[in-house]
Design a protein around this ligand. Sequence first.
Ligand code: NAD
Length: 355
Amino acid sequence: MRIFITGICGFVGSALALRLRERWTDAEIFGLDNLSRHGSEVNPPRLRAAGIRVHHGDVRQASDFETLPECDFVIDAAANPSVLAGVDGRTSSRQLVEHNLLGTVNVLEYARTCGAGVVLLSTSRVYSIAALAGLPLCVEDEALTLEPAGPLPPGCSQRGIAEEFSTAAPVSLYGATKLASETLALEYAEAFDLPIVVNRCSVLAGPEQFGVAEQGIFSFWVRAYALKRPLRYIGFGGLGHQVRDALAVDDLAELVALQMQEPHRAGGIWNVGGGPANAMSLAQLSRWCADEFGPHAIDSEPTPRPFDVPWVVLDSGRALAELGWRPRVPIRDILGEIAAHHRQHPDWLDRSRPA
Ligand SMILES: NC(=O)c1ccc[n+]([C@@H]2O[C@H](COP(=O)([O-])OP(=O)(O)OC[C@H]3O[C@@H](n4cnc5c(N)ncnc54)[C@H](O)[C@@H]3O)[C@@H](O)[C@H]2O)c1
């Protein structure tokens, strides 16, 4: 099998490449990256040492695909993954669309030419901000949680947000580039009979993640806390009660491998998250950090940031029902691995940030 991974030097791309290499030792694995993510430059040597080829190139450039060898599967992990991209003053909205949507067009065209399957890494941020903000929530143990008796909208249950949940705008510019990419990918699947899998991921986390406040929150928070850097609870009263579920990148790799083994059965949209058992609020995360690293005061900024939502926990029921997949790595183990990695690489946080 020949596997091509875009964004192969990013957190998810590199992790998938290395884990799939371990699983399928005779697979040919190669990938493309423009090294635009701060920190991604650490990965080419690790990948090459594992026999994985890295091409320097840009998914926005159709001609960068012309000299690539053919493949059987594309994993699309190249993106600007920040929910604030396009409005943060660092990336323009046009640049975001070029990276995340034009890049998908070029990936799909390359897959069509090869007759290859595609795994598109999408996000829980395709879900409607208004619908998420309207969920009936209460506070339990410093964390927002669904009201036990609250009336829930279609696609939401105590197991979390399922694929049927509303994707009505606004979803953030980032979410919109992903939603548009998903639609296009599903059309290519239909029009050209390609096996195309769309994984809507919750917060992915792991020790080698390049965390910044707006992307890679678990990695960012643990490292910044350990270094006693200033941290703030932003929005929702400034109490840190907002909740996300974390999924270990090892668990994602396991699912992607299962999907690639049965690509025609695995087509369409999948929610992929850590679920209620791996959900945690920022305040709870700070408590975990205090046990690990000692006390550190957290500031409060009650004014919300653009596109922020109080509670996102994904229901991965389809993956359990159809592939027997469930997340195995508990959130406390994920955090422990990040903390251990931080102790070995205390400069990692600064590598991950724009200078
Ligand atoms: N990490 C998460 O929590 C998370 C959650 C949901 C979805 N996702 C999705 O997973 C994918 C990977 O995310 P990640 O966390 O690894 O991000 P990352 O920033 O660590 O990796 C992305 C990689 O893509 C590269 N890249 C960006 N633009 C490129 C371009 N135009 N051409 C070539 N390479 C380019 C970057 O240099 C980087 O190495 C993204 O599509 C993201 O939207 C991530």
